[in-house]
Design a protein around this ligand. Sequence first.
Ligand code: ATR
Length: 274
Amino acid sequence: MTDRYAVLGHPIGHSKSPLIHSLFARATGQDIAYTAIETPLDGFDDTVRAFRAGGGRGLNVSLPFKLQAFEIATDPSERARLAGAANCLKFEGGDRIHADNFDGVGLVNDLQRNLACPLAGKRVLLLGAGGATRGALLPIAAERPALLAVANRTADKAHALKRDFAAHTALQTGGYGELSGQAFDVVINATSTGLSQDALPLPAGLFAPGALAYEMVYGKGLTPFLKQAQAAGVARVADGVGMLVEQAAEAFHWWRGVRPDTRPVVDQLTVPLV
Ligand code: ATR
């Protein structure tokens, strides 16, 4: 029997997840159906319940429901707990709802495997202190960068992360102005400016020679952040399409016990950044 999965979000029409999971399923011979479900802003719990009652096996959760996905879980992973957010649910026996957050590991796998950018010993900077950064911190820290820094428009939100993650990793935190005089090997934009098209107040000299500039948003071409990086002489720029595919592969593996090959899917979805 075909097992059912879906992604919930609002809006969700643009989602590439159904395509990605159908490519994974075809390549691995898994019999699954995967759809996108437009979820009313006040209807997350009801949508999850109805999907599950209809025999659904698992869900991906997109914006703006990642916090609610964590809250309805009976069995959240440590990563989801620290992020305070989940992007993947699995339904098993009785009423259990397992939750995990694969965004961070998807980012790390994209950086290290697809973009050949190992994080060990590197100076890594995350811009933004919202949910996207929260999800990324633990997987990045696990790779043992020389320095892990978070800069945010609202510096206090970055400082709060330092406290929340103190048991797991040391963090340098502050506002953008405090970055003056520092250079980083990997700079990741985890703010929502990739969508809003606002520019960030990045100081000169932020990018070390050979640095990688990474925009978590995908499919928006050269965002203001990537343009700023290029203007600062950065040759290696990437958007989040590989992160999307890699987090999907983690979900697929978690649900199905089979690890799909991500390379052909990343290649198929990649749009040149111009
Ligand atoms: P997400 O879950 O996508 O991370 P979020 O939790 O709303 O979304 O966080 C959005 C992030 O983008 C925040 O770090 C926010 O900065 P503030 O905490 O100071 O609000 C950042 N952000 C959004 N618009 C921005 C802008 N125009 N300039 C700088 N940072 C911005």
